[in-house]
Design a protein around this ligand. Structure first.
Ligand SMILES: Nc1ncnc2c1ncn2[C@@H]1O[C@H](COP(=O)(O)OP(=O)(O)OP(=O)(O)O)[C@@H](O)[C@H]1O
Length: 253
């Protein structure tokens, strides 16, 4: 099936159909995902939660085209990404997907601006200074472009990582515990940035988190257990999320 540039525009529906992901083979095989079918509409912010080992990161990596399912399919708009050859997938991913890691994953020897430019450079593009400075300004880091990551606080480093993820204005943003390494107040600032990105640009954002308060920024919470979706909550309060997680891990608060 051929994909075209028009398949993916501002805000993309991300869809998984009967997704299975196994690691290893035979008796030692781990079934990380066991038939997940779920869709994420443009202009929505979804939190993925569940006990440790339930498959959250595996699901995120498959949705973001960073890992391949063993069985089933992942779609970005009308494009079945799980079947694309590696080079075409990598090219599409670079232009369509922003990914934010818990540990920021910045290059310490590079300046803030160079870090933001890096994905484009790796793709062979000429850096667009105006876009880079605009992305830094959008995350509140105007004037910091010549700093090294080590000269910034954890929250500021995560803002650099968000600017790096957003500089190409991707329609899809995936975040794996983006506030896990931050204090609560700084975490709120980061979550507010993600929320604004969805509200103002109509992007599709999927975030893995362990924090019920962080999940409160999302429109929807998807709960995983044992590699499957076991529940969904629409605009839940932190208390509702906490109660649901406690039930899932077999404990009552
Ligand atoms: N590369 C791998 N090789 C083997 N097993 C793996 C690999 N990655 C993940 N797993 C296993 O797959 C299952 C799901 O892992 P995953 O990281 O997706 O869970 P998670 O819900 O994100 O966990 P956590 O909340 O602890 O980060 C776990 O049993 C894990 O040990």
């Amino acid at each position: 099936m051929a994909e075209t540039a028009t398949d993916i525009g501002t805000g993309t529906t991300v869809r998984a159909e009967d997704l299975h992901r196994e690691y290893g083979r035979g008796a030692a095989a781990v079934r990380a995902l066991r038939g997940v079918s779920v869709a994420f509409a443009p202009g929505t912010f979804t939190a993925v939660m569940g006990p440790s080992g339930s498959g959250k990161t595996t699901l995120l990596h498959c949705l973001a085209g960073m890992d391949r399912p063993t069985r089933g399919s992942v779609w970005w708009g009308g494009t079945e990404v799980s079947r694309l050859p590696e080079r075409r997938l990598a090219a599409l991913r670079r232009s369509r997907v922003g990914f934010i890691f818990q540990a920021f994953n910045l290059m310490p020897a590079m300046t803030v601006a160079q870090n933001v430019e890096l994905p484009g450079r790796l793709a062979g593009e000429r850096p667009d200074r105006v876009r880079v400075l605009d992305a830094l300004a959008r995350v509140g880091l105007a004037g910091r472009e010549r700093h090294r990551p080590g000269q910034l606080s954890g929250g500021q480093q995560q803002r650099v990582a968000i600017a790096r993820a957003l500089v190409s204005r991707p329609p899809m943003l995936f975040a794996d515990e983006p506030t896990g390494a931050l204090d609560r107040a700084t975490g709120h600032e980061i979550l507010a940035l993600l929320r604004t990105g969805v509200d103002e640009n109509g992007g599709t954002c999927v975030m893995v988190t362990h924090d019920p308060v962080a999940a409160g920024y999302a429109d929807r919470v998807l709960l995983l257990a044992d590699g499957g979706v076991v529940d969904e909550l629409d605009r839940p309060t932190a208390a509702q999320v906490g109660a649901c997680l406690s039930r899932l891990s077999g404990r009552e608060l």
